[in-house]
Ligand binder design. Structure first.
Ligand code: SAH
Length: 513
């Protein structure tokens, strides 16, 4: 039977697609079904038909899967930020682990037995809700002209009013509602993307989950807000009034601390673009940045082998409205502590950290290595990295601005020439040219071929690859393993509960050692 658009079909969901959609068959045709959970039997409406497969949307769940749970957020279908909120958290973790496994087998060409032998079980979150330490809420008007803030409905720029995102920090609601009432009371307009008129575009909120420091930054289409002092006063008063509420308290391990607003600013963005933040930031009240701390963790011993326990060591970061910072503090601590463990440092090693951002991994490594070199393409991030090194009294980390696939090969060519000319070289430059460890943490597109090629020439003993995309991870691991390395360990860490994204860290070792 041929299906066509708008047909209603019954589908047994047997698998999960890359984007969290359900996959099932109807009359031999494979259908990718939105909002269906593996194990469901659903009635689905076909939205698009190709020759051998099609797309559909769940119209009704006929028999719910045992993995189906009641979603926390009533907007989860509209929003699209939490693709798998209707799936139990346990099943989400299994899905992510499988996704990485399948990519490594299919794209990486690794034998299944090897993957099963080297991969440790995925590290889940203790509480997969309200974990994001950063959120940017668009501001606009609804159909009745009322000022609203919330999220863009999936793939559109229509704002759905919701101040209570289930992934954002719980105090965001108070802050958002306070900003909205300030706007109403002072006749402050919301920005309209279609006309380019109106003032307030976005509200950025960042919380230091270790420090309790909160930053509020309004992105505005102009130089100034009317009655700026009123916004400051209102926000401070609201936070003060709520300070005894449980959601304003933070369990910082050994003590309970109060969250407090320490920084209120505006970001000036008068361009008609989709870029959220403007480059110019003016602090209205308090500090220019917040601080937050990542602890270095160790594995618990004995029975708690897979649990993480904090050491006395930690790295503190200064985060300004424009800085990049990982969104999930507790899981980032685990991910980077694993990267550090895999690097196997004893204090004598030279380490390169490629795609280093604000130096998060570099500074972790610098605590245990002799010398670290970081490379990152964004100039401001390198400024932050240097500042963060100073803040922590770290003197054995050096940073370079540029593309990894340019900085590394250029350094390699130049240095090899130099060493050939001189006939000999000192231990430091030899260490830099042939480091003990290279760490990479590239964006989704993975590493450039030229970068991988130079890494192979530099012949580090170990390569630690931190990845946010299993497909490009698998592709790059194939190149590195064909070039003389062996995959010896790996682990997924869930940084983004309710979404389909997953982070992976793996350790490669040089074969001829
Ligand atoms: N490890 C860092 C950042 C990882 S995100 C942290 O945890 O904070 C990936 C980083 O790679 C981003 O900071 C991005 O700006 C940078 N980047 C993207 N392409 C790059 C390239 N070709 N060369 C170097 N850095 C790049």
């Amino acid at each position: 039977m041929e299906f066509k658009k708008n047909d209603l079909v019954e589908v047994e969901i047997e698998d999960i697609g890359q984007d969290g959609e359900g996959i099932g068959k109807a009359d031999g045709y494979t259908l990718f079904v939105k909002d269906a959970v593996i194990g469901d039997r659903v009635l689905a409406r076909i939205t698009k038909m190709k020759k051998n497969y099609g797309y559909a949307r769940t119209e009704k769940v006929l028999t719910p899967s045992s993995f189906r749970v009641e979603p926390k957020c009533r907007f989860h279908r509209q929003c699209g930020g939490c693709q798998i909120q209707a799936m139990s958290y346990e099943r989400q973790l299994a899905f992510k682990q499988d996704k990485v496994r399948n990519n490594l087998i299919r794209i990486g060409g690794f034998p299944a037995e090897q993957i099963d032998a080297v991969m440790e079980p995925i590290v889940g979150m203790e509480e997969p809700w309200h974990y994001r330490n950063k959120a940017q809420y668009p501001v606009g008007c609804d159909r009745n002209g009322r000022i609203v803030t919330g999220f863009y409905a999936g793939r559109t720029h229509d704002i759905v009013a919701n101040t209570d995102c289930a992934l954002g920090a719980p105090e965001n609601r108070l802050i958002l509602e306070t900003v909205l009432s300030y706007m109403e009371e002072n006749n402050v307009t919301a920005y309209d993307e279609k006309t380019g008129k109106g003032l307030v575009r976005h509200i950025l909120i960042r919380t230091g989950f270790a420090s309790g420091e909160i930053m509020v930054c309004l992105v505005i289409n102009g130089k100034k807000l009317p009655a700026e002092e009123k916004l400051v006063e209102k926000l401070r008063r609201a936070a003060e009034k709520e300070k005894r509420s449980s959601y304003m308290r933070l369990d910082a391990g050994h003590e309970i601390i109060e969250k407090r607003i320490v920084s209120i600013s505006v970001s000036i963005n008068t361009e008609r673009t989709n870029v959220i933040m403007g480059k110019e930031i003016r602090t209205l009240w308090g500090q220019d940045a917040i601080e937050d701390t990542l602890r270095i963790l160790e594995r618990g011993r004995g029975a708690e082998k897979t649990e993480f326990v904090p050491t006395d060591d930690a790295v503190t970061f200064r985060i300004s409205p424009l800085s990049f910072y990982q969104v999930n503090l507790r899981q980032t601590e685990k991910l980077y502590s694993l990267a550090l463990e895999y690097a196997g440092l004893t204090g004598k090693e030279t380490v390169w950290d490629l795609y280093c951002g604000i130096g998060t991994i570099s500074l972790f490594m610098a605590k245990k290595a002799k010398q670290v070199y970081g490379v990152e393409v964004v100039t401001q991030a390198i400024e932050d990295a240097k500042e963060n090194a100073r803040l922590n009294g770290i003197t054995n980390a050096e940073f370079y601005v540029g593309k990894a696939e340019e900085v590394l090969p250029e350094f390699y060519e130049k240095e090899t020439e130099l060493q050939d000319d001189n006939g000999k070289s000192d231990a430091d430059s030899r260490g830099k040219l042939h480091p003990d460890v290279i760490v990479v943490d590239p964006p989704r597109k993975g590493c450039d071929e030229k970068c991988l090629d130079t890494m192979l020439k530099m012949q580090p003993k170990r390569i630690v690859y931190v990845s946010c995309d299993p497909a490009t991870l698998a592709r790059d691991l194939k190149v590195l393993c064909d070039g003389g390395y062996e995959l010896v360990r790996g682990r997924c860490v869930d940084q983004f509960g309710q979404s389909v994204h997953v982070e992976t860290v793996v350790l490669l070792q040089r074969k001829d050692m």
